[in-house]
Design a protein around this ligand. Structure first.
Ligand code: GSH
Length: 246
């Protein structure tokens, strides 16, 4: 069994799919596509959707973190990504759905709010990527792509300020799920991977790392996502960070 993973550098769901393949022991190669141009490439590769992660597994095309996890459980049941126990499964899938949607998107807003102020940080997010095109051809396009994604993700001041205000409550909930044993076990499930990769991306913000890294959720993210790329210098206004300091 052999897989090819199509990703975008530093994409949190792409990293989740990568860890899934690694945990399953499935041989894979990773190809990083440049943001925005990835759509044409995915179309050319005959993927129906426009997002990464996207994998080709023995000729089968699968897109989205959720669908990839289920196909991997089907072709290689152990270790399980989606728990078999119905009660645990229900709780894990509820967290997975929230993280796949709201939490992933919050991370995108935070990054695309900060990147326009620190365009030089792009280099750090490309570290370790295996780009389809040479980095030298991708980097000059970064400012234009960042401007587009800032608008696409509506990474505007009120939304980002509200995100930072809700972050302490989100971190408390994550720590509660770890304490309850729903996530944070020895073998990660789909909720672990969704949550951990989002927290890993959040911790690339110099502003946010001190509030996350020492907590159970932050420790889980560091355990599951070693070497997650990216460093975002301090960017958020002090009063936006006040809820985290409280
Ligand atoms: N929740 C989905 C969404 C994936 C997603 O939106 N990925 C982003 C990268 S982090 C992407 O492909 N963006 C490009 C686009 O929307 O065209 C998943 O986990 O598969």
């Amino acid at each position: 069994m052999k897989a090819r993973l199509y990703a975008i550098p530093a994409s949190h769901p792409s990293y989740a799919a990568q860890v899934m393949l690694e945990r399953k022991g499935i041989e894979y190669s990773r190809v990083d596509l440049p943001q925005w141009f990835h759509r044409g490439v995915l179309r050319a590769l005959r993927f129906p959707g426009t997002t990464v992660p996207a994998i080709v597994l023995d000729g089968r095309r699968v897109q989205t973190t959720k669908a990839i996890a289920r196909v991997l459980d089907e072709v290689k049941p152990e270790p399980r990504l989606v728990p078999e126990d119905p009660d645990l499964r229900a709780r894990v899938e509820e967290i997975e759905t929230w993280a796949d949607g709201d939490l992933q998107q919050m991370c995108r807003r935070l990054i695309y709010w900060a990147l326009p102020q620190h365009k030089e940080a792009v280099d750090s997010y490309l570290e370790g990527s295996r780009m389809l095109m040479p980095k030298a051809t991708v980097k000059p396009l970064a400012p234009a792509v960042i401007a587009i994604l800032h608008r696409v993700h509506k990474a505007y001041d009120p939304a980002v300020r509200a995100d930072l205000a809700t972050l302490p409550g989100i971190l408390d909930r994550i720590d509660g799920w770890i304490a309850a044993g729903v996530i944070g076990g020895a073998e990660p499930n789909v909720a672990d991977l969704q949550v951990a990769t989002s927290l890993a991306l959040m911790m690339t913000h110099e502003d946010l790392r001190p509030f996350i890294a020492g907590r159970p959720g932050g420790k889980l993210a560091q355990r599951l996502t070693p070497g997650y790329p990216g460093r975002m210098p301090a960017a958020f206004p002090a009063d936006w960070l006040a809820p985290l300091k409280a």
